[in-house]
Design a protein around this ligand. Structure first.
Ligand SMILES: Cc1ncc(COP(=O)(O)O)c(C=O)c1O
Length: 394
């Protein structure tokens, strides 16, 4: 640390470096791809079923159904639950666009409720208020997002779902391996905390493919069977279409890559937690950590019931945009997830929301900054990021 403290030029730090993981896994991954090529079984080859089985086991779910993307997984889950026209689904405005667009594609009406400003996840109290005050299209489901790799408050969502007869669809796109400890002391993984969960294996995710891929998990065999049918044109028997499904199979090559990477995801998640703890301690040691952005940087807050996988390490930062420019000038990666809440997206204007409707989400969008975090990130790079931020605020 001494060398960088005396204002020498800082080394660049990437937001994400796929090459490092590839260097570690190259032999294993290429062998898996070769196996698919040698078999020439590109559609629903044995790797798909094998990966589904292993991924379900890793989540503690009885069933997993692979599909083409996380977006499709959300849609597939809603369709399997028969949530469509005439139903409303509550979710968060502070998420990736697909959270809401999947509800629209299902034909259901998205209803939004604000987030908990501490965890950035959908706030159960806001959902409860909405359920009680809403008139119109009946609410059938809640879709909490496990944002940045931390499970939403599933205790309260279980209570809400029971009280109001709602389905729970987890948007677990960012949370493979995350977990939540229930009031009875049992710990359950994301993917088993609702009726259906959707995962994304987009290349930047903590479990990622070499292209687009996704998966649903459930403990309900009937739902799993329905999703398996819907993802393949609604066919149970070849060329006999029971329903109008679509083509959203998990590609065999992607399943082969995922089978390899699944073996490393636990270690990767553990390393992410280690990096997050290192960031925390360095920010504190530098005197930068504070309770509010009026006073300094607000570090990520982990609910004691959550096992966070730190898909992202996200701070709240005073003068966020200027800080980001400073980091970019030093070739230090950062990202804003997400700069515009969903209720203010031009394409979602028809939902009828306006600026001021979800103040916690709007404030988060103005303050959050994601810093580099991936299993191969080195400790000295974490030190460099913190040092660059220290220089900005000094
Ligand atoms: C919270 C969330 N939901 C849904 C998705 C959609 O996943 P995909 O990009 O695989 O379609 C993503 C990822 O991009 C996401 O982060």
């Amino acid at each position: 640390m001494a060398a960088i403290l005396n204002h020498t030029a800082l080394e660049p730090v990437p937001m994400l470096d796929f090459q490092r993981e590839y260097a570690d896994l190259r032999t294993e991954v290429l062998a898996a791809i070769e196996e698919v090529c040698d078999s020439q079984r590109f559609i629903l080859g044995p790797q798909v079923g094998r990966f589904e089985k292993a991924a379900a086991t890793a989540c503690g779910a009885t069933h997993a159904v692979g599909c083409a993307s996380g977006t499709d997984a959300l849609w597939l889950g809603l369709a399997a639950l028969e949530i469509g026209p005439g139903a409303a689904v509550i979710t968060t405005p502070f998420s990736f666009f697909a959270t809401v667009s999947s509800i629209l594609r299902s034909g259901a009406q998205p209803l939004l409720a604000d987030i908990d400003p501490l965890t950035f996840n959908l706030a159960p109290a806001a959902v409860d208020d909405l359920v009680r005050s809403h008139t119109g299209t009946p609410i059938r489901a809640v879709m909490p997002v496990h944002l940045y790799g931390q499970c939403a408050n599933m205790d309260d969502f279980h209570t809400l779902a029971q009280q109001h007869g709602l389905k729970l669809v987890e948007d677990a796109a960012q949370a493979f391996g995350a977990a939540w400890t229930l009031p009875d002391g049992t710990t359950r993984r994301a993917g088993t905390l609702g009726d259906i969960a959707a995962f994304s294996f987009y290349p930047t995710k903590n479990l990622s493919a070499y292209g687009d891929a996704g998966m649903c998990t459930t403990n309900d065999p009937a739902l799993a069977e329905r999703m398996t049918m819907l993802r393949a044109h609604g066919m149970r028997q070849r060329y006999f279409h029971d329903e109008v499904g679509w083509n959203s199979r998990l590609d065999t090559l992607q399943a082969a890559v995922l089978e390899v990477k699944l073996r490393h995801v636990e270690a990767g998640n553990a390393r992410r937690r280690e990096i997050a703890a290192l960031y925390d301690s360095l920010f504190r040691a530098a005197g930068l950590a504070a309770a509010t952005t009026d006073l300094g940087i607000v570090l990520p807050i982990t609910d004691p019931r959550a096992t966070h996988v730190f898909h992202q390490y996200v701070i709240r930062a005073p003068r966020r945009d200027a800080l980001r420019e400073h980091l970019t000038a030093h070739r230090i990666g950062s990202e804003i997830y997400y700069p515009q809440p969903l209720h203010l997206q031009a394409s979602l204007a028809s939902l009828g929301y306006k600026l001021g409707d979800f103040p916690h989400s709007e404030r988060a969008a103005a303050e959050v900054l994601a810093l580099p975090i991936f299993p191969e990130l080195r400790n000295d790079e974490v030190e460099t990021v913190v040092e660059a931020i220290r220089r900005f605020y000094q």
